[in-house]
Design a protein around this ligand. Structure first.
Ligand code: AMP
Length: 188
């Protein structure tokens, strides 16, 4: 299966992505992890991305499309993937659609994790990553509303969107995601 997981910072997206990928035996492709690795290794792309990330802004589409494109070309990603954090803009979604269309491997499902904003703030304050400082995550929320939310409508129109309540324990949330994906699998 080819699945996209969408959720704001603090929604539990990373945790759930790992579980879904394990459960369905899919490679877990996280754009945030790929970017953080590039920053850590000091690659040219990492150097460019770093400033955007530490401000809570999105890195330019061209950079992320290169990075994800290379990852999707690897042999383990041909049968199925779980995409976590990508796409995040309409331009990225359209580029992904085009690529998948050319390969004849369309998306199966887009899962949105919905968590009230006050819960997100509480969760983010409890962890301590560099881009989780209050002024940075406020910017990340604003970016989500402006640039990523339009994707929900885009995928809804394609009949691919499954919105899942992200409050509760990780087990409860995972069970909801599994239920949604089982409905999809019966159709595939
Ligand atoms: P994440 O770990 O998914 O929350 O991503 C951390 C940061 O990496 C984001 O705040 C962005 O700066 C950058 N990033 C991750 N994925 C993307 C993407 N698809 N497009 C642009 N920037 C991204």
């Amino acid at each position: 299966m080819r699945i996209i997981l969408i959720g704001q910072a603090g929604s539990g997206k990373g945790t759930q992505a790992v579980r879904i990928a394990e459960d369905l035996e899919l490679p877990h492709i996280s754009s945030g992890d790929l970017l953080r690795e590039a920053v850590r290794h000091g690659t040219p792309l990492g150097k460019q991305a770093d400033a955007y990330m530490s401000r809570g802004e999105l890195v330019p589409d061209s950079l992320i499309l290169d990075l994800i494109g290379q990852r999707l070309d690897q042999p383990d990603a041909t049968a199925g993937v779980l995409l976590d954090g990508f796409p995040r803009t309409l331009a990225q979604a359209e580029a992904l659609d085009e690529r998948l269309r050319q390969r004849g491997t369309p998306l199966d499902a887009v899962v949105e994790l919905r968590v009230p904003e006050e819960d997100l703030v509480a969760r983010l304050l409890a962890r301590s990553r560099g881009d989780d400082r209050p002024e940075v995550f406020k910017q990340r929320f604003a970016v989500y509303h402006e640039q990523t939310k339009p994707l929900l409508d885009y995928y809804h129109k394609q009949g691919l969107l499954h919105s899942v309540e992200g409050s509760g324990s990780p087990d409860e949330v995972f069970a909801r995601i599994q239920a949604a994906l089982e409905r999809v699998a019966r159709r595939v």
